[in-house]
Design a protein around this ligand. Structure first.
Ligand SMILES: NC(=O)c1ccc[n+]([C@@H]2O[C@H](COP(=O)([O-])OP(=O)(O)OC[C@H]3O[C@@H](n4cnc5c(N)ncnc54)[C@H](O)[C@@H]3O)[C@@H](O)[C@H]2O)c1
Length: 401
């Protein structure tokens, strides 16, 4: 769905012959140059273009697979990996490099580093438009720095586009050199699932076996995957306004026992993950039984809210970042309305991970992890992806800067 540009004339004809749709944007000069220098039939080209803002106003993500081409005929944009170069990692590249167990480990380490003062992260910058919003998320952990540029457009589903899409610029912290530009759509989903599961590890009861999920969209998949890594999940209960979304989720995980159920039945779970873009609380206080742990994931911008505020009052509330949670997390609306005070937050997740504060103390307590999503999670996963890609080799790299 990249419709804003086309190749013209013979170039479009040749690429069409190779099965490349004509409605993609290409860096036209490069492609023409490449075609002139190579045997057209040896090229299998897949390109797409993403338009960002802030420090990058225009980023081109091109994946060119050159097959059966002699060294002398290499297209000028394909560079040796040994050069100082920028790696370009597409959605498929990143997806093939992601592993949930590794992501959980990387994210936990990032929270440790942050809690011990070894990571840096200014607040997210929000750009709010009528149809959705954008966030710029810079951050640095030991040995890695970068920025994610991510959108949230809840009305994208009928257009066949994800609600959330992201790209990430990954830099050398010592020199600032852009080491990679990568798709961060799956990085976002993986790190969000990983962080929630990590929160559950510290806050849920150890013998938790049932997982409830409300909102069967993109994020629900990685919530399930990540909790599956850390818990022996015997039963998963899912509710969504769209029955079709629940059906698709069930079909995607044949190894799990997943059932569609009502909201009230879903809440009767050991761990509950709320992953909707709701702006009206839907989770009622009287449904939540003692001992439940809730990962409140969906509220990550001003005005979003999923839980009845009275649940906060009787729960142990943990946040990823206090300032961000107060401005944009599950507590943002209750704080603004005076129904919940920032001082009532028990701890940050980082404080618990490094042992400054204790996780679950009482099996009867209701615990809530208010997740807004923090840049160090993304940078930690980007580092993982980048290191694996460099080691494996074979990915597109450009002499970009
Ligand atoms: N905290 C974080 O770090 C973080 C990270 C990523 C996404 N998010 C947030 O999570 C939410 C979900 O993201 P996504 O990518 O899965 O979106 P998505 O559009 O893919 O899925 C959302 C699902 O929620 C369902 N839904 C909407 N309102 C509902 C309601 N009131 N009750 C039941 N179901 C409802 C929709 O039908 C849809 O299936 C968004 O608000 C997003 O901003 C937070």
């Amino acid at each position: 769905m990249h419709k804003t540009g086309r190749l013209g004339g013979w170039c479009e004809f040749l690429l069409g012959d190779l099965g490349v749709p004509p409605n993609l944007i290409f860096p036209q000069d490069w492609v023409i140059e490449g075609i002139e220098k190579t045997f057209v039939n040896a090229l299998d080209i897949h390109c797409h273009c993403l338009i960002g803002a802030l420090t990058l106003s225009y980023i081109i993500d091109v994946t060119v697979y050159l097959r059966s081409i002699s060294e002398g005929d290499r297209v000028s944009l394909a560079r040796s990996e040994a050069d100082m170069s920028t790696l370009f990692l597409s959605k498929n590249d990143v997806r093939s490099l992601l592993n949930m167990a590794e992501v959980i480990e990387a994210v936990e380490q990032a929270f440790k580093d942050w809690a011990l003062g070894r990571a840096k992260m200014p607040p997210k910058a929000y750009l709010v438009l009528e149809q959705g919003d954008f966030r710029a998320m810079p951050g640095a952990i030991p040995g890695a720095a970068g920025m994610k540029w991510v959108n949230v457009h809840p009305q994208n589903q009928p257009l066949g586009l994800p609600t959330i899409m992201a790209i990430l610029i990954y830099n050398d912290p010592a020199t600032g050199y852009p080491l990679a530009v990568m798709d961060a759509t799956d990085i976002t989903a993986y790190r969000t699932g990983a962080t929630a599961a990590m929160a559950s590890k510290y806050l849920a009861r150890k013998n938790s076996h049932t997982l409830g999920i409300v909102g069967a969209g993109r994020q629900s998949y990685t919530q399930l995957m990540a909790h599956g890594e850390l818990f022996d999940l015997r039963r998963i209960k899912v509710f969504d306004q769209r029955a079709a979304a629940v059906e698709t989720l069930i079909k995607s995980f044949p190894a799990y026992s997943i059932q569609a159920c009502s909201l009230e039945e879903m809440v009767d779970s050991d761990i509950v993950c709320t992953v909707t873009p709701a702006r009206e609380p839907f989770l009622k206080s009287e449904w939540v039984r003692p001992g439940t742990h809730i990962n409140a994931i969906g509220a990550d911008a001003e005005g979003k809210e999923e839980l009845d505020p009275s649940i906060l009052k009787k729960a142990v509330v943990v946040v990823d970042d206090l300032r961000q949670a107060a401005a944009a997390g599950e507590i943002n609306v209750p704080v603004r309305k005076g129904l919940f005070a920032v001082e009532e937050v028990y701890a940050t997740l980082g404080e618990i991970v490094v042992g400054k504060k204790q996780g679950r103390k009482d099996p009867q307590a209701i615990t809530i992890f208010d997740s807004t999503g923090v840049a160090i999670e993304d940078i930690a996963v980007a580092k993982l992806v980048y290191d694996k890609a460099r080691k494996a080799g074979g990915y597109l790299s450009l002499d970009f800067v």
